[in-house]
Ligand binder design. Structure first.
Ligand code: AMP
Length: 405
């Protein structure tokens, strides 16, 4: 049973890492950013909550991990859990074998920004810790329980059967953690129908029935769905031919615009950061106000649409930087859903302390909760589970082999 798990979230130019020690009671966090550039650095906190800020000019992923983990010399991990955005059709966390690494590589066309970066991280940790068990935890896995009518697009069948074009969904680690924790708080662990709204720089919604994802807002890629920091969410797909025919844009330019220049940033022409937009709106900035309104309206619309996947609605969980911290956005979103019977308590909503979990409805309707997400904790737990399963299976095989001998 691993006592400490190193959780790695490897992006193209950054690595978030966290070492979770002794049943997750202590955590050491780090962020290596601007990798491969002269500005590369590691920021974080140590066990004693001491801030760390180390410059590592031009360091690559492996060097950054080496420097970061050197600082943790007294806290060697027993296992490593990697957050992997796209696992294709893999349905659960898996021990990182050559076969699983190949499957992650095969899913690269579906997550061209994320999966290659994860593979770099895997390569680096395999070289640094050749003897440690390493586990891949997929953002897509939780949504593999979606029924076919929820995950198929209305496109020619061969695109699905021959090219895997279907809806996968993302943020699964967060939706899984929040719905489990939230239903536990509500006294009906993994029972009933719940909606989750993970609202951060990337945002998505999910419908969960008896602990299983039955639908979610993101699709083939993390671009589909609700309005995000810089991502458009749903648009008419004909936008591509419109922009190509009328503005002469190529597919790369359109893709970049939809992923990096749209969403809150595009609407407001100011910022992708919700705090900045709320402040600007309070000062009369009309673009910021419309960005917030579109965000809340489309979020409500997404929640209403996902409710079709549930036989009944027991409640709604808010999470993510915006969902956990902004009473204003929660209230505005729920104002678009009066016919669902949500009965928000303004007082409980406004007074909920940041970063804490709590119920914010006034009864007589579906429950409404704020549940801070814990993707790292969930990845560490899944890593532990996989490592334990594998060692139990190995012990059983050993016993059987001895009995046969
Ligand atoms: P995440 O990606 O989960 O870290 O969330 C980042 C988003 O949360 C950014 O848009 C932040 O502006 C937003 N956020 C954090 N705190 C607040 C707050 N107090 N009010 C509104 N938005 C917030």
């Amino acid at each position: 049973m691993p006592k400490s798990v190193l959780v790695i979230n490897c992006g193209s130019s950054s690595i978030k890492f966290a070492l979770l020690l002794e049943d997750q009671e202590f955590r050491i966090h780090g962020l290596a950013e601007n990798l491969g550039t002269p500005e590369a650095r590691i920021k974080g906190v140590t066990v004693g909550n001491e801030p760390v800020d180390i410059r590592i000019p031009n360091a690559d992923h492996k060097q950054a991990l080496e420097v970061g983990l050197e600082r943790l010399a007294n806290y060697k991990p027993d296992a490593i859990g990697h957050r992997i955005v796209h696992g294709g059709t893999l349905t659960k966390a898996e021990l990182l074998t050559d076969d699983i690494i190949e499957k992650i590589r095969q899913a690269t066309p579906l997550a061209p920004l994320h999966n290659p970066a994860h593979l770099v991280g895997i390569e680096a940790t395999k070289r640094l810790f050749p003897d440690l068990p390493q586990v891949a935890v997929f953002d897509t896995a939780f949504h593999q329980t979606m029924p076919e009518h929820a995950f198929r697009y209305a496109l020619p069948k061969f695109l699905y059967t021959e090219h895997n074009v279907r809806r996968y969904g993302f943020h699964g680690t967060s939706h899984a953690y929040v719905s489990e924790r939230g239903s536990e708080l509500a006294g009906s662990f993994k029972q009933g129908g719940w909606l989750t709204a993970h609202l951060g720089n990337g945002s998505s919604t999910c419908a969960i029935w008896n602990g299983q994802s039955v639908d979610t807002s993101m699709g083939l890629t993390p671009l589909e769905g609700v309005v995000m920091g810089t991502r458009s969410g749903d648009v008419d797909p004909s936008i591509h031919s419109f922009l190509a025919s009328n503005l002469g844009w190529d597919i790369y330019k359109i893709d970049k615009m939809l992923n990096s220049q749209s969403g809150l940033l595009g609407l407001s022409n100011l910022s992708n950061d919700m705090r900045t937009l709320i402040e600007a709106s309070e000062q009369g900035n009309e673009d910021a106000s419309i960005a917030i309104e579109v965000f809340c309206y489309r979020l409500a619309k997404s929640l209403a649409a996902l409710s079709c996947g549930l036989p009944r609605i027991d409640g709604l969980f808010f999470t993510g930087g915006i969902g956990e911290n902004s009473a204003y956005i929660r209230e505005k979103t729920l104002a678009y859903l009066p016919h669902f019977g949500f009965n928000l308590s303004k007082e409980q909503n406004d007074n909920l302390k940041r970063g804490t979990e709590g119920r914010i409805d006034a009864g007589k309707g579906p429950q409404i909760w704020v549940v801070p997400t814990d993707e790292e904790g969930r990845i560490a737990k899944e890593t532990e589970n996989v490592v334990n399963e594998v060692s139990q299976a190995a012990a059983k095989k050993f016993e059987a082999d001895v009995a046969m001998a």
